[in-house]
Design a protein around this ligand. Structure first.
Ligand SMILES: [Zn+2]
Ligand SMILES: [Zn+2]
Length: 229
């Protein structure tokens, strides 16, 4: 079955995202737009994944729990998991490893945790827009060990991307890449799977029903798909 997807969305936990990006609002907008497969991928933390899983279920959406990791090379790598608990454990490892630099809400924005009723449940103190002390290789290995998979994010952007910051896509490390639409893209190995998601930081930016994936019925299917199984 063909499903319209958006697998790169930030909630109000990411300081750079709008405070309107609550899990219930994200799920509602995805539903209105005709999507049926979504992921939440906040920066370096997983504190809204349980709430997002609940909200997605309310709208009958298939939900992939994810985290966008900012590696020590300042490369953004999307990690996805079959289970919310796996993703939360991985997210806690990342958050704990972040340097103790406090978020400045006046500069970077709020880092809002929402509960399963879409109510304010607190904020995160450490700035999420820092690099974790793990390399791209480390993140790929750690995510796989934790039951997940990795996709280098927006590889054709000139900042925070693997091609910009490492200069190349390490051969054999990934089976799947994310390519930002409307930007030139380098020639890619034809064996690579390619995802096009929104990287939405506000509700209006969530994808229109254009990009599709086949035969993904749950998060486990997606992790298998990405891992090339
Ligand atoms: Zn990014
Ligand atoms: Zn992003």
């Amino acid at each position: 079955m063909k499903r319209y997807y958006d697998l790169h969305i930030h909630s109000c936990l990411s300081p750079c995202a709008s405070d309107e990006m609550t899990p219930a609002n994200i799920a509602g907008m995805a539903h209105i737009k005709g999507l049926s497969l979504i992921a939440l991928t906040d920066h370096n933390a997983a504190h809204n994944l349980h709430a997002m899983a609940n909200a997605a279920a309310e709208y009958g959406l298939i939900f992939i729990p994810g985290i966008e990791v900012n590696t020590i090379e300042e490369v953004h790598v999307l990690t996805y998991f079959a289970q919310v608990d796996e993703a939360v454990a991985f997210g806690n490892t990342l958050y704990d490893a972040l340097p103790h630099i406090q978020n400045r809400t006046d500069i970077f924005g709020n880092q809002i945790i929402m509960d399963e009723n879409d109510q304010f449940a607190g904020t995160l103190d450490k700035l999420l827009l820092q690099a974790v002390p793990f390399s791209v290789d480390d993140v790929v290995r750690m995510a796989k060990t934790a039951g997940g998979c990795s996709v280098p994010a927006h590889i054709n952007r000139d900042s925070f991307s693997i091609t910009a910051n490492l200069g190349f896509l390490p051969p054999g490390l990934f089976h799947c890449v994310e390519v930002a639409k409307n930007l030139p893209c380098p020639d890619l190995d034809s064996n690579l799977k390619v995802l096009h998601s929104s990287d939405a930081h506000n509700l209006g930016a969530i994808s229109e029903p254009v990009e599709t994936l086949n035969n993904i019925s749950n998060a486990k299917d997606f992790v298998y798909f990405v891992n090339g199984i």
